[in-house]
Design a protein around this ligand. Structure first.
Ligand code: ZN
Length: 477
């Protein structure tokens, strides 16, 4: 049974989709005014993994992640660069896809609506809110009146009165109270603008996500995700706008991922302690970054450093070395050897599958599920070391191999590198050296040493072929 921690109720809840075997899921996407940074990459990777696990469980997932292509940051950037807001949006949407390609996101089944394509529908929603008494116009701006919404604050679990006392004092004579937020903003000179009943202007940021998600899924949908910094005010305001206009529950499950910290501090642009995704990908490939992000539970902060990335790389390589070892056994059955079943391997497979699903079913605890893979590898390596001919359990080993591959590649989206490559000249030199020693051992009739060399190389996927006067070798995959 899949359980999700719902920010709205602060509880771990059993997941029930509205439609049978189908999940509607909306994740807040970036404002496309700059290259994305590692903090943006975490929700992109994590929520893609949520989608993948739901698919593993048999759901069809309708996945939407928007692009915010109009807001203050977009306008400032356009002014800085002497370009139009549209040009900036097009450029950075292009860069977004370039940057995230190595992350192996399931783009083929993702929809990416852009805010500027929904202006008419946004105006309609603002009008509705105004008619129902939840919004008011003031000098060409339209604001949401938070006091009109009895449930305001329910996502962030704060009372309106407390929020007001904690709010920054903002000089804005147009607002009735400082917590009221913008639904429609009057256009200033040289800003992109659209006609509306309140004059020329543009939509507020929070409005965009309410309109795009409800346009795609209807008034209620299953999962709404985003970074925890979006809980207040962005998601709180999305709920207020949507539920006050429809009278229905907006999203059933609210999921929020934790921050990325650098040296214990939240990564932020203002502190200057942030990395662009493309900078990281120059040194570490996307699969390592995915593996790194999924090594922690999504609601916990991740400490980001080169050391942590290196650890993730080592962990992933440990899995790959094990997979290559099994693959070699599967591909090289010794002739004239009967295949056999192995009870221990069968049991291990069942235990491992349970542990993996148990982790993921428990609020997508990918860290626990990855731990189950490492445990399995440790146990099976011990088993293989003891067995003299593990090749005879080819079928059982094959099942284990396929399950690990499915979990890593299909669910975690981490492509495994299972081809053995001759990394550099050093490998060649070392193998040739070992062959020379083995040749000498054979001359001295030290068959035990000669066999040890052959067997140890075989464990590294290096297979020796004794010819008439020369031994050759090859790397087997
Ligand atoms: Zn949003």
């Amino acid at each position: 049974m899949l359980k999700i921690y719902n920010t709205l109720t602060s509880k771990l809840e059993e997941f029930k989709s509205r439609k049978k075997n189908e999940v509607d899921m909306y994740v807040c996407g970036p404002t496309v005014y700059n290259y994305i940074h590692i903090g943006n990459a975490r929700p992109i990777i994590f929520f893609d993994t949520v989608r993948r696990y739901l698919e593993y469980k048999g759901y069809k997932v309708n996945y939407v992640q928007n692009f915010t292509d109009i807001d203050d940051k977009m306008i400032n950037k356009a002014n800085e660069e002497g370009k139009s807001v549209k040009e900036i949006a097009e450029k950075f949407i292009g860069e977004y896809f370039k940057d995230t390609k190595p992350l192996n996101i399931k783009e083929s089944t993702t929809k990416h609506p852009k805010a500027t394509e929904y202006i008419g529908k946004m105006i309609k929603l603002v009008k509705e809110l105004q008619e129902k008494g939840y919004a008011y116009e003031s000098n060409g701006d339209v604001y949401f009146d938070v006091f009109s919404d009895k449930e305001y604050g329910k996502l962030s679990h704060q009372k309106v009165e407390d929020l007001i006392s904690g709010a920054r004092i903002e000089v804005n004579e147009n607002k009735k109270n400082p917590l009221d937020f913008t639904l429609w903003k009057k256009a200033k000179e040289n800003e992109p603008k659209w006609n509306s009943p309140w004059g020329e202007g543009r939509p507020g940021w929070h409005l965009e996500c309410s309109v795009m998600s409800m346009d795609e899924f209807g008034e209620t949908f299953d999962i709404h995700g985003g970074g925890q910094d979006l809980i207040f005010p962005h998601h709180e305001n999305e709920i207020a706008q949507s539920e006050c206009s429809t009278g229905k529950k907006f999203a059933n499950y609210w999921m929020h991922n934790g921050y990325i910290n650098i040296k214990g501090e939240k990564m932020s642009k203002s502190k200057g302690n942030f990395f662009l995704l493309r900078e990281i990908l120059e040194k570490y490939n996307g699969r390592i970054l995915r593996f790194f992000v999924l090594s922690s539970h999504y609601r916990k902060p991740i400490e980001f450093s080169e050391d942590e990335l290196k650890m993730a790389k080592t962990g992933l390589e440990r899995i790959e070395t094990f997979m290559k070892r099994i693959k070699l056994l599967i591909n090289n059955p010794i002739e004239n050897m009967e295949q056999s079943e192995n009870k221990y391997l069968k049991e291990q497979l069942v235990i491992f599958k349970d542990k993996f699903e148990d982790g993921m079913d428990n609020d997508f605890n990918s860290s626990k599920s990855l731990g189950a893979i490492f445990e399995l590898i440790k146990d099976l390596n011990k088993f293989l070391d003891k067995e003299s001919n593990p090749e005879i359990y080819k079928n059982d080993l094959n099942e284990i191999y396929n399950l690990i591959k499915t979990i890593l590649e299909d669910v975690f989206g981490v492509e495994l590198e299972l081809e053995t490559k001759i990394e550099d000249n050093l490998t060649n030199e070392l193998v040739e050296l070992l062959l020379e020693i083995r040749f000498k051992a054979k001359n001295m009739k030290n068959w035990e040493l000669a066999d040890t060399i052959r067997n140890r190389l075989k464990k590294l996927n290096i297979v020796l072929k004794d010819g008439k006067d020369k031994t050759t070798w090859e790397i087997q995959n």
